[in-house]
Design a protein around this ligand. Structure first.
Ligand code: AHR
Length: 483
């Protein structure tokens, strides 16, 4: 089968923020993995763990959502500033009732962003906080001149304001963030955003409202109707569960039956329908696509690894997760005119992570390698194509600075496939070609065998006058760049 790529036609920009990440105060998502503290024996820079930060720098994390998730609606930012020994210790009631010592707070978050080269996406507490608390947090972070909160920030060692790019007002307000009805939430959102101070007039903070859970189309309609004129983006949460059941029977991350490979692929592809239908509703109120859909939680959610704290959401990550990552990134690209940020849940040690740690050991997951292979698509122009693909194959293409990047995923568990591309006469040579594949459907990296699944050079491409031919092994992701 072949695809004609319309390389002469200009497409929407694939925002780099589609490659965003999410880190919550949850299990080992931050403590011990991203943040070990200045006094740790593990190599660190200002408390940030060097091996993990270096691995993440290599994939150019563009934005990091923090501090939750559900945690955000119990988080009081003043607990996380000032001398560490005086910071309030609280109980993390959402995630295992463990003690949260607040040693990672606002200053540490911006230090991490600085080291990663990432932008800020902070989620406010509207579930158990107040309008004043939110407004003062923003004042603390962004006020350049003299004010009570800027003076407090300076007293705590930070002279200049930080840049706050994205700000979420509510997380899952339809559930754990307040169990609100959409009409009520729309009003709460309107109130909070009214008092969101914008001190840097040249760089206004981008406002994200809590959008729907999965296929709650009424939420989107109601929110757009009553609050659509006051927001920049609305969030969407959708997780891929192999069995589709919450609770103890979501399906295991490894050792799963083949039927759960298939159901995982089917369920993850549902993202396309969700975005299409929510976006169509948004079109009624916003035909020019000024408001974005922000998929700020997505990824696989399995039963936790045996003998780990159920509140820590620790799970292995296999070649199946690599397929899920590639399929979703392809979907997000396709909707680049509406989707300008997504945040996979979560960056380290939680759910579909890039990195897993165990004490001082660290491994990169198959999902990490997909994010690595897809980097060339960041901020590139989407190239659309005409033609059909084999069953169980999905592709995406983009161009930027004279480079055409094509990524293809063959998520067939058994069969190899082939996909050809034509219409690419302007491109003469293969620049880079990488593949991620594995034999077993639950192949994964472990602390004992950290490189079992990793990127390799790809030799299945043939470029000729007739076009580009790609031979795709079963369970593979391929990225190829042409000049
Ligand atoms: O990512 C884990 C949790 O999933 C988040 O805290 C919450 O927003 C969602 O339910």
């Amino acid at each position: 089968m072949s695809i004609e790529l319309l390389t002469q036609k200009s497409g929407p920009k694939i925002s780099k923020y589609i490659y965003g990440q999410f880190s919550e105060h949850l299990g080992h998502g931050i403590y011990g993995s991203l943040y070990v503290g200045e006094d740790s024996d593990m190599p660190n820079v200002n408390g940030m763990r060097s091996d993990v930060v270096n691995a993440l720098k290599a994939i150019h994390v563009p934005v990091l959502r923090w501090p939750g998730g559900l945690f955000a609606d119990t988080y009081h930012w003043q607990d996380g500033i000032g001398p560490k020994d005086t910071r309030k210790k609280i109980v993390n009631t959402n995630w295992g009732d463990v003690t949260e010592d607040n040693s990672f707070g606002t200053h540490e978050y911006f230090e991490l962003l600085h080291q990663l080269g990432a932008d800020a996406y902070i989620n406010a507490n509207i579930g158990s906080g107040t309008v004043q608390e939110m407004a003062e947090w923003v004042e603390y972070m962004t006020m350049a001149g003299e004010s009570p909160m800027s003076k407090l920030r300076q007293k705590n060692g930070r002279q200049d304001p930080w840049s706050l790019k994205f700000f979420g007002i509510g997380n899952e307000s339809w559930g754990g963030g307040g169990n609100m009805r959409p009409e009520y939430y729309a009003d709460v959102y309107r109130q909070y955003q009214t008092f969101l101070p914008q001190y840097d007039k040249d760089h206004p903070i981008y406002k994200v409202a809590c959008g729907p859970n999965e296929d709650d189309y009424n939420w989107t309609d109601t929110l757009m109707k009553y609050a659509g004129e006051y927001l920049d983006g609305i969030s969407l949460h959708y997780y891929t569960l192999p069995t589709g059941q919450w609770g103890l029977h979501k399906g295991d991350a490894t050792g799963f039956p083949e039927a759960q490979w298939d159901s995982t692929m089917t369920r993850t592809k549902h993202m396309d329908e969700l975005i299409t239908r929510h976006s169509t509703i948004m079109d009624k109120y916003d035909p020019d696509h000024k408001v974005n859909l922000i998929v700020d939680e997505w990824g696989t959610w399995y039963n936790v690894t045996k003998n780990t704290n159920p509140g820590f959401l620790q799970q292995q990550n296999t070649i199946r997760d690599a397929m899920v990552a590639a399929i979703n990134l392809n979907i997000f690209h396709k909707h680049a005119d509406r989707v300008n940020m997504t945040n996979i849940a979560q960056m380290v040690n939680v759910l579909q992570a890039m990195i897993l740690t165990d004490g001082s050991k660290m491994i990169k997951t198959p999902t990490y390698y997909v994010f690595d292979m897809y980097q060339k698509h960041m901020d590139a122009e989407l190239v659309s194509g005409i033609g059909s693909v084999p069953e169980n194959v999905s592709y995406t293409a983009s161009q930027k600075d004279g480079t055409l990047t094509i990524s293809v995923v063959n998520y067939d568990v058994h069969a190899a496939n082939q996909l050809d591309f034509i219409g690419i006469q302007a491109y003469q040579t293969i620049q880079t070609a990488t593949i991620l594949t594995a034999k077993a459907m639950d192949a994964h990296n472990t602390f004992e065998d950290p490189d079992a699944v990793q990127e390799a050079a790809y030799t299945g491409a043939t470029l000729s006058q007739a076009g580009l031919q790609l031979k795709l092994p079963a369970k593979s992701v391929v990225t190829i760049t042409l000049k």
